[in-house]
Write a protein that binds this ligand. Structure first.
Ligand code: NAD
Length: 258
């Protein structure tokens, strides 16, 4: 057989189990759909109880859903223990749940700041820690974090300090955890998307002038689609990226290249 016939197999996830936080909608849901097409079983983990159940039902027998708040230590511990107990393994974690409170810094309360830190930064720590306890014991695994172009730039179109701070932390946690866990066979990478057409940017889409500015500031001249981010996540989660760790892959239409 020509080795090229099986070339695309390096993107497959047959027999693997993937946990995807924020999996009820948007980028997380599209990633789940793609992972299933690549042969994986997926567990969607999301704060929105009803949406996660509906999403898992829509995705069919290869998917299940669990409610959790990524910032709650007990929720995270329970969820990961139940995944390993029920699925028998955990090969991939996509640390994708996130939130934004876009406000001028001088108007942002400490409680608001803290909530974004808890979800976007501490949530990544808690889920990565639980997943890695299992993966290191099992001899390997893969973690993909969803950072943002706002973790690598100062933005400029509107204030969003808690988001920029926490996504910057996701970028550097990706590097540090990759180095810490490399010898244990656990790879850790991130995607850094530009604005993606999901509910997450609903409030921004209501402002047509702002959306024009976003397109003007993006060399490819448009928003990303959630599936385009999922494609990059699949690359980082699959054997196709076996020699890649500690990397932050921009999916940004050239935004950061400027
Ligand atoms: P989305 O709003 O479509 O989906 C986010 C999901 O995360 C929701 O289902 C929500 O219920 C869940 N979630 C929120 N807080 C949670 C918590 N504490 N615990 C568990 N689940 C929680 O958003 P999206 O656009 O798919 O965003 C996914 C990730 O991509 C986020 O980390 C976001 O910061 C990042 N991102 C989004 C964009 C964008 O423009 N949409 C750009 C760059 C990065």
């Amino acid at each position: 057989m020509d080795p090229l016939d099986s070339l695309m197999d390096v993107f497959r996830l047959d027999g693997r189990v993937a946990a995807i936080t924020g999996g009820a909608r948007g980028i997380g849901y599209e990633t789940a759909r793609l992972f299933i097409a690549a042969g994986a079983r997926v567990v969607l983990l999301d704060l929105d109880d009803r949406a996660v159940t509906e999403a898992a039902t829509r995705l069919g027998p290869a998917a299940s859903g669990l409610r959790l708040d990524v910032s709650a230590d007990d929720d995270v511990a329970r969820a990961f223990e139940s995944i390993v107990a029920e699925q028998g393994r955990l090969d991939v974690l996509v640390n994708n749940a996130g939130m934004a409170l876009r406000r001028p810094t001088i108007e942002l309360s400490l409680a608001e700041w803290q909530r974004v830190v808890d979800v976007n930064m501490t949530g990544v720590f808690l889920c990565a820690r639980m997943a890695a306890r299992h993966m290191l014991h099992a001899g390997g695994g893969v973690i993909v974090n969803t950072a943002s172009i706002m973790g690598l730039s100062g933005g400029g179109l509107y204030p969003n300090i808690s988001y920029q701070a926490t996504k910057g932390a996701v970028v550097n946690m990706t590097r540090a955890l990759a180095v810490e866990w490399a010898a244990g066979g656990v790879r850790v990478n991130a995607v850094a998307p530009t604005w993606v057409d999901t509910e997450f940017i609903g409030p921004l889409k209501a402002n047509a002038a702002l959306m024009d500015r976003i397109r003007q500031m993006t060399p490819l001249g448009r928003l990303a689609q959630p599936a385009e981010v999922a494609h990059a996540i699949l690359f980082l989660a699959s054997p196709a990226s076996a020699m890649v760790t500690g990397h932050v892959l921009a999916v940004d239409g050239g935004f950061l290249a400027q």
